[in-house]
Design a protein around this ligand. Structure first.
Ligand code: ZN
Ligand code: ZN
Length: 361
């Protein structure tokens, strides 16, 4: 039953055109209970667009949430309602108020919503509240708790194009604090701090290498760790490439705008081959230039196919003598081992050198 206060104010003339209302005219009854010709209030809306203030011509109350749907009254229970700003609301209504599971399609963009975005969830006391889902106009989906007109607390953003997922806390409309991004296609994970809508702070990026890896390795992973500024590596940086239990290669240094700068410390540890090397290198024109040099006095190690150590030679000279070959041939083979593994020798065995020995990190 409609109460008396829900009745529109008795007024014979439309306050926009000052013409009398006809019973057959299409009318709009505002939330403030004023009545206008639909066409007149639409013209009024258009004329106020610039100022972003769409107020009732009679009482100055904001009319943005006034339904535009023809002949809809403030107590209408139509399940679809179009508002003057173009937003569309769908759901159950009670005495004109949307209540229960609802869906709102946005027509106008603002900070949080773009035209075409859809917000779904529980609507109560004139607002969405509780677990909600926002489907962006581009298909990305945001899920989480909604309160005071925004997502707040633990949220999950799923990218439409490949199913990549960003998880973390939302604060002031952006992911803030510890977050995790999981790429759907290869399981690559980026974990770290977010601030001002981007990665800022300590971050860690882990991915399983796509490159062909030696058969004996189950998998090879690369871990990038360091400081990020606005989504790019800036500051101390460490890159680890490893197969846990077999080998580990680490580059440590500094990055600026995503690029290595200055000196880099390189460490290579091969647990099976019992290799443990450290060297400094420098980035020049995008290439790493190692500072160490193989020389005669460095021991050479000989391994079999299964990486068992066969023999240790005190120098390239003694190795060459034992293998009945030239010193420069051994040197050339060892030179070709750029930074890891062993040099294959024709007679089914492998060679390597310990350049510097350190404790395993
Ligand atoms: Zn009028
Ligand atoms: Zn009014």
């Amino acid at each position: 039953m409609e109460s008396k206060t829900n009745q529109p104010t008795k007024c014979n003339d439309c306050m926009v055109c000052l013409c009398p209302m006809n019973e057959l005219d299409h009318t709009v009854i505002t939330n403030c209970r004023h009545i206008f010709h639909t066409e007149c209030i639409s013209t009024w809306y258009d004329s106020t667009k610039q100022t972003n203030k769409f107020n009732c011509p009679a009482c100055r109350q904001s009319l943005f949430s006034t339904p535009k749907t023809i002949n809809e009254t403030p107590v209408s229970n139509n399940t679809i309602c179009t508002y003057f700003n173009g937003n569309i609301m769908e759901g159950e209504r009670n005495n004109g108020e949307f209540t229960g599971p609802c869906k709102k399609t946005y027509a106008d963009g603002d900070n949080m919503f773009h035209a075409g975005d859809v917000l779904e969830g529980e609507f109560k006391n004139d607002e969405f509240i509780g677990p909600c889902k926002q489907t962006y106009e581009d298909g990305n989906v945001l899920e989480g708790e909604y309160k005071n007109d925004e997502f707040i607390g633990p949220c999950k953003l799923t990218y439409e194009d490949d199913g990549t997922v960003l998880e973390g806390e939302k604060k002031n409309g952006v992911f803030t604090g510890p977050c995790k991004l999981t790429y759907a296609d290869d399981g690559t994970v980026l974990e770290g701090e977010r601030k001002n809508g981007d990665w800022n702070g300590l971050c860690k990026y882990t991915f399983i290498n796509e490159n062909p890896i030696p058969k004996s390795y189950k998998y090879e992973e690369t871990i990038l760790e360091g400081e990020m500024k606005n989504g790019e590596w800036n500051g101390q940086f460490k890159r680890t490439k490893q197969t846990v239990g077999i080998y580990r290669e680490v580059y440590e240094g500094e990055k600026k705008n995503g690029e290595w700068i200055g000196q880099i410390k390189w460490t290579y540890v091969h647990e099976r081959l019992k290799i443990n090397k450290v060297a400094d290198c420098e980035v020049k024109k995008g290439f790493m230039k190692f500072k160490y040099k193989y020389h005669n006095g460095t021991p050479v190690f000989q391994y079999d196919k299964k990486c068992n150590l066969i023999k240790k030679f005190d120098s390239i000279k003694s190795c060459a003598k034992s293998l009945k070959t030239g010193r420069h041939q051994i040197t050339n083979r060892l030179k070709n081992i750029k930074c890891c593994d062993t040099a294959r020798y024709p007679a089914n065995y492998y060679l390597n050198q310990h350049v510097f020995t350190t404790t395993i990190i």
